[in-house]
Design a protein around this ligand. Structure first.
Ligand code: ATP
Length: 304
């Protein structure tokens, strides 16, 4: 295997119930130093994958290697170097931030100095006597990350850490994740169902839909792919004028129908306005449906 892969899964499959597959052939590659965004709509199988990576769910089919070691036979050695935030950890509302960390400190065999250190890393060192129950959601989330940092992990796995956070909370989380990656040298794998939440912090991205990985690569590669896939078919009363009007959208004329690339609905509206202003009749204006596009709609639409 590539020595630089911190996580490598091969042909990972999982069924929660007989006859239904939650995961099919998941080949996830997280390289050392990555901030890897694991993206997919609700129910796509992100949590199931992360639970398998953490040994919280038993592997049925396929192989998981973490730090270059086969997972099942090196479980403890691997997990010692992994920090995770996968379900909401139990925070004690009536205790202060550092007291919460004290509760978990011994479980992780961490020093008192490490408690002070992680509080500082997540920016909660000045919360003093404030009890956790009066923390904002963002502060609670950072405290949860602090818990995961206690063992000073090389790899941090975060399941939907931005869930429920307001824009300020998301920005704070983004800064924290970047800092952990840059200053503490941590490799980070985090899941999300919102492209916008993670696109500014990740360098690599994996997209899972209905239990299958449909994309894995850099943010740039993803944008290229999206661009290639989003086509709008247009038929007007005057092809040549239309080609002229649409020239910024790389138009291609085929059998009386012009195909252009576009990125969002606003662009469609703009194009139709421009054609109308040239007094062209529009006979057809048809966004070509494809799975990736539909998926992007799901990933970029705000869910409650
Ligand atoms: N313990 C379980 N028993 C049965 N089905 C399950 C179990 N856990 C998850 N599932 C099902 O497996 C599918 C994938 O769920 P999973 O939680 O992995 O998705 P997800 O991408 O993390 O989505 P979400 O963000 O909604 O948690 C869903 O259809 C879910 O209902």
């Amino acid at each position: 295997m590539n020595d630089n892969y911190i996580i490598k899964t091969t042909g990972l499959e999982h069924s929660h119930a007989k006859g239904t597959k939650t995961l099919t052939n998941i080949n996830l590659n997280v390289a050392k130093g990555d901030i890897y965004g694991f993206l997919g709509p609700n129910g796509a199988g992100k949590t199931t994958t992360l639970r398998l990576l953490l040994g919280l769910t038993k592997i049925q089919t396929g192989k998981i290697e973490v730090f270059g070691q086969e997972f099942s036979s090196n479980r403890l050695a691997i997990l010692r170097k992994v920090g995770s935030l996968i379900e909401n950890p139990s925070l004690y509302g009536h205790l202060r931030a550092y007291e919460n960390l004290e509760v978990y400190r011994e479980i992780y065999g961490a020093s008192k100095a490490r408690v002070t250190e992680v509080l500082k890393i997540v920016g909660l060192e000045h919360t003093g006597k404030k009890k956790v129950k009066s923390f904002s959601l963002g502060m609670k989330q950072r405290l949860s990350v602090a818990l995961a940092l206690l063992p000073n992990p090389e790899l941090l796995i975060l399941d939907e850490p931005a869930n429920g956070l307001d824009p300020t909370g998301i920005i704070e989380l983004r800064e924290l994740v970047k800092k952990l990656n840059k200053e503490e040298g941590m490799t980070i794998l985090m899941s999300s169902h919102q492209l916008a939440e993670i696109e500014k912090m990740v360098n690599r991205i994996g997209i899972i839909s209905k239990g299958e990985m449909i994309f894995q690569g850099s943010m740039n590669e993803l944008k290229q792919l999206q661009k290639k896939q989003s086509k709008l078919l247009i038929h007007t009363s005057d092809d040549q004028t239309a080609l002229q009007v649409l020239k910024a959208h790389e138009p291609e004329l085929m059998e009386g129908v012009i195909s252009v690339s576009y990125h969002n609905e606003q662009e469609i509206a703009k194009m139709s306005r421009a054609l109308y202003e040239k007094q062209l009749d529009i006979y057809l204006l048809h966004p070509q449906q494809n799975n990736l596009e539909q998926l992007f709609m799901d990933l970029t639409t705000q869910h409650a």
